[in-house]
Structure formats: C-alpha cells, structure tokens
Design a protein around this ligand. Structure first.
Ligand code: ATR
Length: 287
C-alpha cells in the first residue's frame, strides 16, 4: 500500500517504547484490512506530554495509544472517557474527534473477546484471577459485565485484592466477588477458568509459576496474559495436564483491534484477529 495524501498516522506514546509490538501489530492489521493508515512509536520525555498532545491536535492526528508511564497522566488531557475506563484509572487508547479527545481502555474488552472468539461461554462460570495490578483491574472490570457466578481475586499483597474486590462490588452488587489468599482456596475443582495477570513466569524468570495446577478439574481453561515467553511454565503445565490454555497474544492483538475499531468507528473483518494472532506468534517464535 502506498502512502498518499489521505494516509492517516496513528502512534504509541510512552517511555520507553522500544521493543513494543504495537507498530508490528497495527501495521499488519492495516495491511490485512486495507486501512490507509500507518502506525509509529514515539518515546515521550516526562515533561513534554502536554506539548505532544498539542502537536497531535495541531496536526489533526486521528488517534493514538498510550503506554507506561502515561496511562494515568493522560487523563487530565481528555474531554471524555468511555465506560469504566476512568475507574480503572488507566487509558490505553485516545481518539481525536474534531479536536475532542476521547479516551478508552481496550485491555479488558480485548481479553474478553478471546473467549467469544473461541466460543467459550463465561455464563455461570467461576473465575479465579491471580494478581490485582493494572492488568488485573482492566480485566476484572470487563469480567464483571459477563454473567459469571463468581470471581475470586488472589494477590500477594492482600490489601490490593481486597480493595479491587470492593471497587468491583460497587459496580456489580449481585455478583459474588471475593478476595482471598492462595492457601484459603480449599476446593480448586469449583473453578472453570484460571487467569494469571501477575508478572510471575515472565522472561527472564521463565521457570517460575504463580500456582501449580494440582487439584483443578479437567475442563479448566487456563489463561496467562504473559506473552514473553509465549509459553510460560504455567501454560506448559496446563498443556501437560491436557487443559485448554491461552497465552497473552490474543489479548494483546484484541486490544489493538478494538483500538482500531474505536478510531475508525467500524468493525474490522472477522479474520483479522485469527490472522494477526498467528502472525505475531510466529514473529515471536523467531525472536
Ligand atoms: P501490570 O500492569 O502488568 O498488572 P502491576 O500493576 O505492577 O503490573 O502488577 C503486577 C502484579 O503481579 C501484581 O498483582 C503483583 O502483586 P503485588 O500486588 O503483591 O505486588 C504481582 N506480582 C509481581 N511479582 C510477584 C511475585 N513474585 N509473586 C506474586 N505476585 C507477584
């Protein structure tokens, strides 16, 4: 695809942004779905966020993504925030609608999309989630919109899990939401889905796992949002035990697809998700 007068520029701002997969993912999506856009990364210094936003508005950039450390500090620059994103306290996507900046967090919805794409129903399911950090928060806010029967949050720092559970209960008063310590879980068999959002098992600590899979039922679905390595120790154990399992690539791709759909205000083709997941898994295998 050639770059012409109508080509739109989108980007990621953060510090650091080196090593980010976002340009590879977004430009692959652009190519696949014939979108006349290009995606770049910008390493933004701490004191220049305000100038960067002014520049984007002056140039009429249609949208951008935000990563660490600006996911929270971007909020005062926004004119509007969609859904629960403000409660999550982190924005990863901004759209410029005629000079009005609208923010959204697509991480949680990106994670949930993985279940829909794989025909896994969350209705009446019991979910065990490990971690109560930024990623867990985004995922939990989306999870409680599904018709679960229970959500149990476990975190090394107990207070963070308790606080998150309390916040979530304010939004979904009917759902059984609990915070626990790992040793308090007596009957592992009752859980249908296990989600690791902690950083345990991430490169270079590839041999570490946040939990063993002893005692869970055969139909357990295991999700690890880590994608470096592609197969964590937790997922290796899941594979060995014959559980259905997913790494962090679907969530990573889906949050990008949802960002593009938000920017373009239209649905992308159905095969974009599967094809991009395949492409990035291959890309990282060679890494
Ligand atoms: P992210 O944005 O990726 O979620 P984060 O907000 O720093 O990153 O959260 C990291 C999560 O991994 C937290 O739940 C953290 O637990 P604490 O709240 O107790 O810090 C969890 N985590 C990190 N290292 C851990 C370890 N060695 N054992 C258990 N949990 C760990």
């Amino acid at each position: 695809m050639i770059i012409n007068w109508d080509t739109k520029l989108y980007c990621l701002i953060g510090n650091p942004v080196n090593g980010s997969l976002s340009p590879i993912i977004h430009n692959y999506i652009n190519k696949m779905d014939n979108i006349n856009s290009r995606y770049m990364t910008f390493n933004v210094q701490n004191n220049s966020l305000s100038d960067v936003i002014k520049g984007f508005l002056a140039l009429g950039l249609k949208g951008f993504n935000i990563t660490s450390p600006y996911k929270e500090t971007i909020i005062p620059y926004l004119d509007e925030i969609v859904g629960d994103s403000e409660k999550i306290g982190a924005i990863n996507t901004v759209k410029n609608e005629n000079g009005k900046l609208i923010g959204i967090n697509t991480d949680g919805a990106g994670f949930i999309k993985m279940f829909y794409d794989n025909n896994i129903s969350l209705k009446d399911k019991k979910i065990l989630i490990l971690g109560a950090g930024g990623a867990a928060k985004g995922i939990c806010y989306s999870l409680i919109r599904e018709e679960l029967s229970q959500l149990v949050i476990i975190n090394r720092t107990k207070d963070k899990a308790t606080k998150l559970a309390r916040q979530l209960k304010k939004i979904n008063t009917k759902l059984n939401i609990q915070s626990k310590q790992l040793e308090d879980i007596k009957n592992r068999k009752e859980f249908d889905v296990l989600i690791n959002t902690t950083t345990v098992g991430m490169k270079p600590n590839n041999k570490k796992s946040p939990i063993t899979l002893e005692g869970f039922k055969e139909s357990l679905v295991v999700c690890d949002i880590i994608y470096k390595p592609l197969e964590t120790q937790l997922l290796r154990e899941a594979k060995m035990k014959g559980f259905e399992y997913y790494n962090g690539i679907p969530m990573l791709i889906n949050q990008a697809i949802l960002a593009q759909e938000f920017w373009l205000d239209k649905r992308l083709s159905d095969n974009v998700s599967v094809e991009t997941i395949k492409y990035i898994n291959e890309y990282l295998k060679e890494d």
